[in-house]
Write a protein that binds this ligand. Structure first.
Ligand code: BGC
Length: 370
């Protein structure tokens, strides 16, 4: 904390002195504008960077570059893995720890917008942003592009029309993530692969399920909800949705919702789909408290491959999960940030793959997480 305060103070003093040096014409000036690629840069009033100079930047220069990272909420299990790996990798790539500032949006868009304003005022060289609300993307993009700062969105994918704007205007803005449809499909396949006989405990010929969703504003939640079931119907299964509830990616909420569903629908629930592992961990607590046993009279799947969940997949307490590769995503995000700083540029949408995790490969996945 103390270090961060010092870092922010140092950055402010630096930014202030640069503003004086530049005649104080714009509050959005970067301390190192020469490194930004701006041939087609947006409404920037900031200084003119030279593309050639930008391209000449070397790894050594990264030590002086400032990175601002906005995380939607520090208490999110998955985003904790993500930001820890992101910081580690940025340092490995040559950034100085004191020049990387990571802030907690506390799941509040107004708080996060204020943090973005501060980063802009401090003249960071690049911003990596995990939005609180994906729908705020256009406002945030306009602000950051207007300040002539390259922007890498992570984890919460802005809408397609917003991404189209980046391409149309050739802005230094991209999204780094994985295609959430794939994670949903894998969840459905994990259940489908068990076969109807194994899943259809009540013998009504259908897969009776409940769905515990993440933040509904988030495409990860929307796609996982849709594609997990689509994988089953595409494979020819009949499905029956008993309940669908919003658990906001949260373990405690997940536990509460699944406990309610179990008391309402009892043994008719054959599968519990959770949009993420945190909620699956909550679901497991409630399944066990209700005297049910995963693999014997109910099935449970999540997404993320949190260590604890992969261990439960090995022990059979959770049917399966889907590895949400925080290594690839954080590395891709850092590499994209570097590409903007050095002038190399990026595609506007950078994807990686999810991986299915079942008892068959869970040990292997667990080893790879260490
Ligand atoms: C992860 C969730 C996480 C969410 C945050 C998703 O991709 O699967 O665990 O809570 O991102 O936005």
């Amino acid at each position: 904390m103390f270090k961060k305060v010092i870092a922010i103070m140092t950055a402010s003093v630096l930014a202030a002195s640069i503003l004086v040096g530049c005649g104080g014409s714009t509050g959005a000036s970067s301390s190192a504008p020469a490194e930004q690629k701006t041939e087609e840069a947006a409404p920037a009033e900031a200084a003119e960077p030279a593309a050639a100079e930008a391209a000449a930047a070397t790894d050594g220069d990264l030590a002086t570059k400032k990175v601002g990272v906005c995380i939607y909420q520090f208490s999110d299990n998955f985003m904790t893995l993500f930001r820890t790996e992101l910081e580690k990798y940025l340092i490995e790539k040559g950034f100085a720890k004191e020049n990387i500032t990571i802030v907690d949006g506390a799941n509040d868009q107004a708080t996060q917008s204020g943090q973005i304003d501060s980063f802009i005022a401090d003249g960071v060289d690049v911003l990596i942003i995990n939005l609180v609300n994906s729908s705020s993307a256009s406002t945030v993009t306009d602000k950051v592009v207007g300040a002539n700062i390259p922007l890498v969105y992570i984890n919460r994918e802005p809408a397609a029309d917003e991404q189209q704007r980046w391409a149309d205007n050739n802005w230094n803005v991209c999204y780094v993530g994985c295609d959430a449809r794939q994670s949903g499909t894998y969840q459905g396949e994990i259940i489908g692969d068990l076969g109807l006989d194994a899943v259809d405990f009540n013998k009504n010929g259908k897969i009776d399920y409940i769905m515990i969703k993440g933040d509904p504003e988030n495409v990860d939640a929307q796609y996982r909800t849709e594609f997990s079931i689509k994988a089953l119907t595409d494979a020819g299964f009949e499905v029956n949705k008993l309940d669908e509830q919003v658990g906001m990616w949260d373990q405690v909420k997940g536990a509460e919702l699944v406990a309610n569903s179990l008391s309402q629908y009892g043994n008719d629930i054959e599968v519990v789909f959770c949009n993420n592992d945190a909620m699956a961990l909550g679901a497991l607590q409630s399944i066990q408290s209700a005297g049910r046993k995963v693999g014997t009279d109910i099935y449970l799947v999540g997404v993320d491959a949190l260590t604890e969940v992969v261990e439960y997949v090995i022990s059979g307490d959770i049917t399966g999960t889907v590895f949400n590769d925080h290594f690839a995503q954080s590395h891709n995000a850092a590499d994209a940030a570097i590409n903007y700083i050095t002038g190399a540029g990026n595609e506007h949408n950078i994807q990686c793959d999810y991986k299915k995790v079942t008892k068959d490969n869970a040990q292997e996945i667990l080893d790879s997480l260490k």
